[in-house]
Ligand binder design. Structure first.
Ligand SMILES: Nc1ncnc2c1ncn2[C@@H]1O[C@H](COP(=O)(O)OP(=O)(O)OP(=O)(O)O)[C@@H](O)[C@H]1O
Ligand SMILES: [Mg+2]
Length: 318
């Protein structure tokens, strides 16, 4: 688990063994344990209780079809990993699901209601949030301010109004209390007054995740949450993701590191060339011939290895 160097090594078939990232940390309840045991791992397979459904979602850039998803159900309360070789369309699909990009065709439903064309910031009040890379502007704010701004951003409120209008003061106090509580939970209290720009990459990821919880979301979408994070903080992040599931939240995350995927996912969705080519349990997915072929046929550089690259194709998130 060393380098950033391009590799074509396939580690899909490796069983967790000692390579798993879980370690001997605290146990987290898994309310959906065993739920997927009898679900057939075919693309588009129905789930017992889907929170999110994508139907015929397509997005092209010029002549390139970046996303072409016929049908996907995401199980409520589970941790679903979205994996695939570089350029498979994961980030684009993620952007379409979270209202950061608009599909050419297709429909997305959250809790049975259409969210087609709903702006990303409005999705927070519908229970869906996602994480971002921190922008430069936010690095000039303290960690606590970032947390508070997270609530405002996601809630679609005006920060200036919220800060200066007396009517909003009580709400402000609540927000601050909530922010401090989350910072405590993520062991970030000692960093509350530090500029976010001074944090390590891993600490920023923790702040991002903590900030996403400011609106008490049902569905948390994490865009490469472990990218660029050192092993010690990865442990901590993994624990926090499992904790989200223990709280009965739903998590969808894009990830390249198969140890992480095996450790925390209940279900894995595999994309290649815009399509969903396989779904299955983490144990089954590495044995899926279509998945192995997709990775072999690709020229992936960071897929399925332990890249430290912190500059994934999240540019469109900024
Ligand atoms: N804004 C854009 N304009 C043109 N092409 C784009 C744009 N965004 C993505 N693409 C193309 O769409 C395809 C899918 O890209 P996407 O970033 O979604 O892949 P990915 O699975 O997230 O890859 P990676 O694992 O490298 O992050 C790629 O061929 C990419 O070059
Ligand atoms: Mg991407």
């Amino acid at each position: 688990m060393t380098g950033n160097e391009p590799t074509n090594e396939i580690v899909l078939g490796v069983t967790a063994g000692g390579g798993g990232a879980a370690g001997a940390e605290m146990e987290h309840d898994n309310p959906v344990a065993g739920l997927f045991d009898d679900i057939e791992g075919t693309p588009g397979v129905a789930k017992p209780d889907p929170i999110l459904v994508a139907k015929g979602v397509r997005r092209s850039f010029g002549g390139l079809v970046a996303v072409d998803v016929d049908y996907l159900e995401v199980q409520r309360g589970a941790i679903t990993a979205l994996i695939g070789p570089n350029g498979a369309g994961k980030t684009t699909f993620f952007n379409l699901l979270t209202g950061f990009d608009k599909a050419d065709t297709g429909h997305v439903e959250l809790n049975g209601d259409s969210i087609d064309g709903v702006a990303s910031y409005k999705l927070a009040s519908r229970g869906m949030v996602r994480t971002f890379q921190l922008t430069k502007a936010l690095s000039k704010l303290s960690v606590l301010e970032n947390m508070k701004l997270g609530a405002k951003d996601q809630g679609g409120e005006s920060m200036a109004k919220a800060l200066i209008t007396p009517l909003w003061r009580r709400r402000e106090n609540e927000v601050e209390e909530q922010a401090r509580g989350l910072l405590d939970r993520f062991n970030l209290t000692h960093m509350s007054d530090e500029f976010a720009g001074t944090l390590s990459g891993g600490q920023r990821k923790l702040v991002e995740m903590a900030r996403a919880l400011m609106t008490d979301p049902e569905l948390v979408m994490l865009d490469e949450p472990m990218a660029g994070v050192n092993p010690a903080l990865t442990q901590s992040l993994l624990g926090h993701v499992k904790q989200l599931r223990a709280e009965k939240r739903t998590v969808i995350f894009v990830e390249h590191d198969m140890d992480v995927v095996r450790d925390i996912s209940d279900w894995v969705v595999v994309m290649a060339e815009g399509r969903i080519i396989a779904e299955g349990t983490p144990e089954s997915i590495g044995k899926n011939q279509a998945v192995v072929d997709a990775y072999l046929g690709s020229s992936h550089d960071s897929a399925l290895d332990f890249s430290d690259d912190d500059t994934p194709s999240e540019a469109s998130d900024a």
